[in-house]
Design a protein around this ligand. Structure first.
Ligand SMILES: [Zn+2]
Ligand SMILES: [Zn+2]
Length: 476
């Protein structure tokens, strides 16, 4: 009996060891082999970019390659999205890997043989189209990852869902799209994804490096409009009317008081920017109405909600005090891109192993935004940056994303592939802690189920992770 138990013990240890085999050497050599092909794919996509919800050729390109690898493929997800499903031969968790597919209405100015010459109509205007955010490299890296992993299928535990998402930069006016629509259409539910990972190439991060941040990484972006209504009159007799321009100028000052005097800035930063102001026709006429539009950036779900309430109150009360009215509308474009701390902690050794300890570093949060943020409403999530800035270049000389001079060095796209593949093999499905993430709490705060003042208290409770209906947040 004792012998049998010993044998069983030894066998079970051996089983554990088989599972614990480090796959990084095999991944690395397969990645090096596919890299020239990946660079070719990226350059092709770069030359033929398409705008959000119009990624028809891009989708075809992806579909063809995923089918070639023998994956189960779903098309027309969230308009032009493509999802590939790879089932490993061994049982295990389901991991989502995401790449965005869309280009931008920017005319390329970079002198490279594969520069984009594409043109299209955008909001009634003829514009150039360019992969000015590097999403071409994301598609190429995820296709490369699918290639490497599909060849290792016999050793793969669980399922990998390759998510090619349209319209990250926002759908055309009047259309739904992007990550929110992918989630709404069930991309996280069938099969049910246990954890999701995403990468973004960064033109101002040195090539070969990965930068990440645990917790809040990128900001929630809201767009807002304030319509101030006064009473029109002659410019020489302001007391006979209500001047909406004077009211607006006070509101603009009041909005900055929300940032400087009312927000807990030691917790997280807040940005409120008015980017547009319209009204008036002539020097000596006080107009009836003024419209202002701007953006809000927050890095904390509760602060986002709090700032919204304060903007409404500030605008309305200032207007009221001067006999005017203010109508405020706020539209949430993205949530806070929040990296589940337990998942980050668990994944870091894998990233360090994949590309070298010295090449992985923690960074500051940014006030830029990403719609990857919607996926974390369904599962723990981790989004990080991969460097695309040529070695030795000064950050100040590297053109920012979304500009005609945006450039990335594509010689190290292997970094993203190695990171993704190693993550898939190392992911620990038993990490219950990651499931007790703040995702549920975030969702409840955003949908009004938890009052803002209870937010920080709520974070202390261990709550099992439960998916919820995305609609409640989208109506926000
Ligand atoms: Zn972008
Ligand atoms: Zn982007």
């Amino acid at each position: 009996m004792k012998k049998l138990l010993t044998a069983l013990f030894v066998f079970s240890m051996a089983t554990v060891n088989i599972f614990a085999v480090d796959m990084s050497a095999e991944i690395n050599s397969a990645t090096e082999k596919i890299l020239p092909q990946v660079v070719e794919w990226r350059r092709h996509l770069h030359q033929y970019p398409e705008l959000g919800n119009r990624e028809f050729k891009t989708a075809e390109f992806i579909e063809k390659r995923l089918r070639g690898l023998g994956l189960e493929v779903r098309t027309k997800v969230a308009k032009t999205g493509v999802v590939g499903i790879l089932k490993g031969d061994l049982p295990g968790a389901t991991i989502g890997l995401r790449a965005d597919m869309d280009g931008l209405p920017v005319t390329e100015r970079v002198n490279i043989p594969f520069a984009s010459k594409e043109k299209t109509e955008y909001n009634g205007q003829q514009v150039g189209v360019m992969h000015a955010c590097g999403h071409d490299s994301h598609v190429a890296m995820l296709l490369g990852t699918a290639d490497v992993l599909s060849k290792m299928k016999s050793k793969l535990r669980g399922t990998v869902v390759f998510i090619f998402q349209p319209a990250e930069e926002g759908p055309p006016a009047g259309e739904e799209g992007g990550a929110a629509l992918m989630v709404k259409e069930g991309v996280m539910d069938n099969p049910k994804i246990d954890a999701i990972f995403g990468i973004h190439i960064n033109a101002q991060t040195e090539i070969g490096k990965i930068r990440y941040k645990s917790g809040s990484f990128m900001a929630a972006a809201d767009w807002f409009t304030i319509k101030v209504k006064g009473k029109q009159t002659h410019g020489s007799t302001p007391w006979t009317g209500v001047d909406p321009i004077a009211v607006s100028s006070q509101i603009i000052g009041g909005l900055q008081m929300i940032v400087s005097r009312q927000s807990e800035l030691t917790k997280a930063p807040v940005v409120i920017t008015i980017g547009k102001i319209n009204g008036g026709v002539r020097e000596n006429i006080i107009p009836e109405e003024m419209t202002m539009a701007g953006t809000i950036r927050t890095l904390d779900d509760a602060m986002q909600k709090d700032v919204h309430e304060r903007i409404k109150m500030t605008a309305q009360k200032i207007a009221e005090s001067m006999g005017a009215t203010a109508e405020v509308s706020i539209e949430t474009k993205t949530l806070v891109t929040y990296n589940t701390p337990e998942l980050v902690k668990q994944t870091l050794p894998t990233l360090e192993k994949a590309i070298g300890k010295d090449n992985v570093y923690e960074t500051e949060w940014t006030t830029g935004a990403e719609d990857f943020s919607y996926y974390r409403l369904k599962a723990p999530a981790f989004f990080f940056n991969v460097g695309g800035m040529p070695a030795g270049k000064n950050v100040k000389d590297a053109a920012p994303h979304h500009t005609p001079d945006f450039f990335i060095d594509d010689s190290r796209l292997d970094v993203g592939i190695k990171a993704f593949c190693n993550i898939v093999f190392d992911y620990q499905p038993t990490a219950k802690a990651a499931r007790n993430s703040s995702a549920k709490i975030a969702a409840e705060v955003l949908s009004g189920q938890i009052p803002v003042e209870n937010y920080y208290a709520a974070q202390f409770f261990e709550q099992p992770f439960q998916p919820f209906k995305i609609e409640s947040v989208l109506k926000f």
